[in-house]
Ligand binder design. Sequence first.
Ligand code: NAI
Length: 283
Amino acid sequence: MTSQHIGIIGAGQMGQGIAEVFWRAGHTIYLFDADPFRLDQAYQNLIERLERAIDKGTESADEWEHFLDRLVVCIRLSGMASCTFVIEAIVEDIDVKAKLFSDLGTVVDAPCIIATNTSSLSVSDLAAHVKAPERFLGVHFFNPAYHMPLVEVIPHTQTDTAVSDRAHALLTEVGKTAIVCSDSPGFIVNRLLLPMINQAALLCQNGVATAADIDTTMKLGANFPMGPLALADLIGLDTCVLILNSLAHACDNTTYKPADILLNYVKDGKLGVKSKAGFFNYQ
Ligand code: NAI
């Protein structure tokens, strides 16, 4: 495998996990976040995860220096200039993403591929803000990105076939199973998953059962490895609300309207695992 320069923009939960995927596979990572604190935290987390992998024997301590050489923290977007593949994993807001893509157009050029990890926004709508839409597509990882094997690859109508093929090959090389799907609201996983999470939240809101019992029911009755409400906490309740709002808008269907209990948790800062509280506590 040829080592590439991979840019990751957004060093939150997904950006960190995606960075780890490519870093541990031997690529050089250029990591940028608008918030220097998040960037610093992400660097520390990646180093801690590497130390744990070395302790467990899944990475060699002899590679330590090489790992450090291959993790570049960028304090400016211009740090991405040498990248051949850039993945955007910033906040799920079309205006913020649009501004970033327009800025990125002055930093990278052919043959660099630009990919978005959006959960629910239209890849075609985002492509309208990219300088070279033929080199743009969606690559949708799942949380936690290092461990989840699936990536949805979402070309839009103008994406070059060679670009989709390059993205598919790279993801396969780093050990992911890449499934190509067209640019449709929520793609495949979220189109099926988020309505279920929303219904589970409504059951909890209406007092039909406790959050713990709803999750146990789906684990024991539907053979789910984890319950829908624990999964919502892992995704982030704020992210769930954003995805549901996008689906409600794109599909013009109130089934996707976020349950009040989700909206209230988010209002109270209970975002799930990342804030240590949501449907469950993580202290
Ligand atoms: P997060 O809130 O953990 O991280 C987002 C990061 O983006 C923050 O560190 C923030 O400082 C940074 N950021 C915001 N605006 C920026 C800008 N203009 N330039 C650079 N950095 C900026 O969010 P998370 O969960 O990592 O989600 C990121 C993206 O991944 C979203 O599009 C989300 O829909 C998508 N996604 C999320 C999944 C999840 O389970 N949380 C799963 C798959 C995709």
